[in-house]
Write a new protein. Sequence first.
Length: 750
Amino acid sequence: MSPKTPLFYAHSLPGKDKQAWQTLDDHLQCVAEMAATRAERFGMMDAGYAAGLLHDLGKYSAPFQRRLEGSPERVDHSTAGAIVAKQQYGKGMAELLAYCITGHHAGLANGRDPGERSPLSERLKADIPAIDHAWKEALTLPKAPNPPSTFTQRPERAFFQLTFLTRMLFSCLVDADYIDTETFYTKHETGLAQHRGGGPSLKPLRKELNAHLESFNTDKGINQIRGHILREVRNKAVMKPGCFSLTVPTGGGKTLASLAFAIDHAITHGMDRIIYVIPFTSIVEQNAAVFRKALGKYGAEAVLEHHSTFDAEKASKGDKDSLDKLKRDSENWDAPIIVTTSVQFLESLFAAKTSRCRKLHNIARSVVILDEAQTMPLPLLRPSVAVLDELALNYHASIVLCTATQPALIETDDAEHSFAGGFKDVEELAPNPINLYQALKRVTVKHISCLDDDQLSNELLDVEQVLCIVNNRRHARALYESIADQPGAFHLTTAMCAVHRRQVLQHIRETLKEGKPCRVVSTSLIEAGVDVDFPRVLRAEAGLDSIAQAAGRCNREGKRTAEESEVRIFATANEEWAPPPELKQFAQATREVLRQHGHDPLSLEAIEAYFTLLYWQQGPDQLDKHQLLSLIENGRLEGLPFETLEKKFRLIDNNQRSVIIPRDDDARKAIKDLAFAISPGRIARKLQLYTVQVPQNGFRALEKAGAIAPIEPDKFNDQFMLLINEDLYDDALGLNWSDPTFMRAESLQW
């Protein structure tokens, strides 16, 4: 750049001389280098570098420089770089870079179809400020970047692959841009850059894990079987990265075995982290605690939880620096071991917003363990499998499907049993799963026909310790009330807030341990890996995978014989308690499989038959209910539907509203803190533990009756709705939003 060329700036410092401002050349170069380093993880270093150099090209304009000096004018500084990318590079990579560059603040937009954001096609035609030719002297663009020679194409989903590649490049760009900007401002404020990442490497973690595993006596009993599984699984860590299954029954120690495999496998193949994906928040917390203990002195630093109810303040023990670093590491998953939910993980893989995409590049070169893999939702199964397969295919990730009830998601040459578009070449890690099933069989499962409510109550009173799981909250409540006066009666429901459920579960565990009467009526929430052990379990008809989960609460510790430990399946005589329509299909598939496998309903053959039948009954369209894969392929390169994908790929279609329960002093303190909060994110996460999800009509009835009211409505509108009438929250039943004293119960659907 010649001496006469004016300086252009990327970021200003109010009240400071321009000498302290960040020059645009410096910002673009730093972002380009960081984005390139991130994109190198999947062989796209040049593309990351180009995106970084071009993303703020529009700041080489007089209007933007005036804005830095205090002008109120709004300036589009993102589109110019996209236009230059289209001019400089050939069709294909030019479009991918254009999507990334135009979206690096607001998020990835659709290519053609309008959304909340202007589509790329309109942005490229927009009237934008002219940019100074100084950029040509300051920046040297790389040659046309292309996918690496190792990139494996799936012709039937070519544009899906390009969509995902764009999203991964976008992740590299936005993370680099954010960190360079953050570094500039924090260095100005403190003289130091923010501390990010830097946790222990995987080798010392393996040393701690080995010491923990060696503390178990594996000479006899169930620990001998667990030891055998662990050794065999670890021996397979040398296999090349790809797709794996780990089919181990409940009690086989698959949690620690999968962690050991993942660490060994990652070290062997130069991978960076382990991501443990779990369907339910309760198991996330449980498994994260197991991992921290197993990793000894490194556990607290190495394991990062990322989910909606994680209490960062508690984890950081009140230390502000630790708390701030924990939040930063959560933004881009810069930690050796991530424990997160299926919702957080899978929805991020289809995200368009910058905040959700920042972490994606760190999923490349990772071992991803999907615990309870069978719980992936049917309406989004095909796109979910496609994106996981793509991670293994082209992003040096290994995917481990970890479950006792392996879903039939493999694409084979056998048309009758093949899952179209599924995983290929899946390697089983467990030693002889059929033999393991027999060795670890702990329960006897049988169907006991149709029961009315009186008969079901008698079943609960027949033994002193029993768990009954039903398909809806109203049935659970009615059944509990029928035995509430009997010794040891407990009730669990999502009408209770999470803190309350934890307290009830702890009381249940203590009662079981003491050998006292314990009769629990619950919805399916207790199936989610909850550590309880009953001699008998009653389960209303449901999917065979749900029945297997229920069976995991029976004889969990293996202290009884399988014959002494019964799982009794029943149909409900009362039509009012019938499962909702979306669950009836699962129960129907179970009934059909029981006709062929009634002697052993949880055998591997029965489970495979169940999933094969279920997927066949659904048909390919119902396994991608929004036709997302077709939408992508039909849109082609110019019409990639990023914003639409983010809106439609939702694991939980939540049309319910949250009501905050002021249950204890911690909840009341958080509620008071909202009065002084400007950004309520931290408080909102804490209050998640005290919320109950209420159907829309129940919420409206509570609101109309004055039973709930917004907290700080001038600041937060109706974001935080508090239960005012605390009489509606019962210590045994939870929140009652159908109380006849102020609303017509029959108008509400639970």
